[in-house]
Design a protein around this ligand. Structure first.
Ligand code: G3P
Length: 226
């Protein structure tokens, strides 16, 4: 499962990318608005940092406008993916853009019926929002599992991107259920790496090493630094 960052923040993208495990970024109008930066330079910079898909959202409920926005977004960079919300006009635009070879991420998907439509419209990615389903007491993992099962049975190529993830458990469950991509806020990304036993174990190794260092003979220079 590819790990993707859900953000418009350049520092977060750079830091996650430095870890060597970042495979994409999803932006949305809320994330972009929060950065208070010029749109085009910001999204171009994100696309240049990340070696993977960067989803950039359209904003219209008119298929023709969406197609024009899709053309503009596709021009931004080779790895730019056009994000289009799930509604009839969005599906029509997805069909048109997909037929032209432009990659579309159908977003704001909340059930398997919508995911089925996205795949039939030729979407490159479908984004079920898990956290927002949990917020309204709906079993998001059942929805994700149904979508993954249907896609596998029907042989769809559309990738399932688990979105609106709020915790490391969401990420792990998404992987277990077969999502192709998981996108998450930087806070969740950071929480994936943390474990108190890892911290405690590292501290003990460091303390033991420090105590024994003098008796260990000649050390490679880099290990003297430790
Ligand atoms: O990628 C979808 C995401 O931006 C929505 O997350 O936490 O606002 O539901 P959230």
């Amino acid at each position: 499962m590819k790990l993707s960052l859900d953000t418009g923040n350049l520092d977060e993208v750079r830091e996650a990318n430095r870890w060597g495990v970042l495979r994409g970024v999803t932006t949305n109008p809320t994330h972009i608005a929060k950065e208070e930066k010029d749109f085009l330079p910001l999204v171009k910079e994100i696309c240049s940092i990340v070696d993977g898909d960067v989803s950039i959202e359209t904003l219209s409920q008119d298929a023709d406008v969406l197609v024009r926005q899709g053309h503009d977004i596709a021009q931004i960079a080779d790895n730019a993916v056009v994000k289009i919300a799930m509604h009839p006009e969005g599906l029509a635009a997805t069909r048109k853009l997909s037929d032209e070879g432009i990659k579309v991420n159908v977003t704001l998907c909340f059930n398997p019926a919508q995911a089925l439509l996205a795949a039939e419209a030729g979407a490159y990615i479908v984004s079920p929002f898990l956290g927002r389903l949990d917020d309204i007491a709906t079993d998001s993992m059942k929805v994700l599992s149904d979508i993954c099962e249907i896609y596998a049975l029907q042989g769809y190529d559309t990738q399932v991107l688990a979105a609106s993830l709020r915790s490391p458990l969401h990420v792990v469950e998404a992987a277990r259920l077969g999502a192709d991509i998981a996108t998450m806020p930087f806070k969740v990304f950071q929480s994936l790496v943390k474990h108190p036993l890892t911290d405690a174990g590292f501290k003990r190794f460091s303390d033991d090493w420090e105590e024994a260092k003098a008796q260990l003979g000649e050390l490679p220079p880099s290990m003297q630094e430790a």
